[in-house]
Design a protein around this ligand. Sequence first.
Ligand code: SAH
Ligand code: SF4
Length: 400
Amino acid sequence: MSIALDLDHHAHPARRADGRTSLVGLMKPELRETLRAIGLDEREAKMRATQLWNWIYHNGVTDFERMSNIQKGFRQTLAETFKLDRPEIVTEQVSNDGTRKWLFRFRDPLNPGLPPVEVETVYIPESDRGTLCVSSQVGCTLNCSFCHTGTQKLVRNLTAGEILGQILMARERLGDFPGGQRPDDGGLVPSGETRAVTNIVMMGMGEPLYNYESVKQALLIASDEAGISLSKRRITLSTSGIVPQIEPAGREIGVMLAISLHAVRDDLRDILVPINKKWPLKDLLEACRTYPGLSNARRITFEYVMLRDINDSDADARELVRLLAGIPAKINLIPFNPWPGTNYECSTSARIEQFADIVNRAGYASPVRTPRGRDIFAACGQLKSASERLSKKDRDALTA
Ligand code: SAH
Ligand code: SF4
């Protein structure tokens, strides 16, 4: 069972193309420049940029009027010139395991007349962490054969402001900003933590390394102490293997890396993750070996989806261990999450256990990821935007 709140289908008419620039997603130097362009001198632009960042990312303010350390007149100028964009919430669903999924709607910032786009963002509470799974694109240009997002064409890249908008809106709904209201069901803040969202994974819709600049900017703001202030060790970027972008990502963003491996032979990976034809396993693993900042304390996570009779034999498990030898690695075995129309099935539990056992014996700890939020269709690889939403019948068939 799940609760679906239809928060906002008709409440907000389409936002008018009013020419105001959104300040969400601007790096500090860009923000300073933007303020200089409306006439502030260097010193004041610097001070105001710091204040604005604090209001936007630390306090979660969306209304210039609430910026109490800025004079009234200037608050008004800001409000007339800029906006602090957040997505609209189309739906918010709460799973019986506490997982939450939002469908967020964005207008195209450059072409506000275009139809809005929608993406999904998922919050997964666990005893020791609260993970937000964020989207980087609407759809995906790649078409991994087992992934539901992959059946949807790329609609567009999200901007840095839209990537951050998902995080800000989720934090707002979870009561994470100072003075915020926690949801009624409580229990969301992991013990020893002060916030519901303690970790971010770029594992929603899209291939983050094909939207590199926006993802980089968003994650630098998310990890900046003066921004959302999450440690880079608590932010993970997952890629299907866009090899030339892996080194720059490590050097310029410096977050944790996850690789969607899923196969240990090129012939099979060519089918499951077709970008492998361009950058085969050898190149991918070499990029991993040389990932900047890699150490036993900062390992790469290798994701491996368990597909029945496809990639789940003992020989596959042994080859997996052999391939990763010498790379500081964690292995995440993901039970395949089915979707209507797929020909793949999830491996049996006994097979997953046996596979995990081989991996465990090679020194990798507790690698099977429990699927979360299946009842609200929020599990890994199930996200797809509303423009191609499943029929209710299909969804019921999957969650029955
Ligand atoms: N595009 C990026 C990040 C998004 S997908 C990437 O591919 O890494 C996040 C993870 O979910 C990836 O490892 C992806 O391969 C996996 N995934 C996709 N579809 C899935 C499914 N139906 N069941 C289980 N995992 C899936
Ligand atoms: Fe795109 Fe990742 Fe899905 Fe592949 S697994 S189609 S890269 S979202």
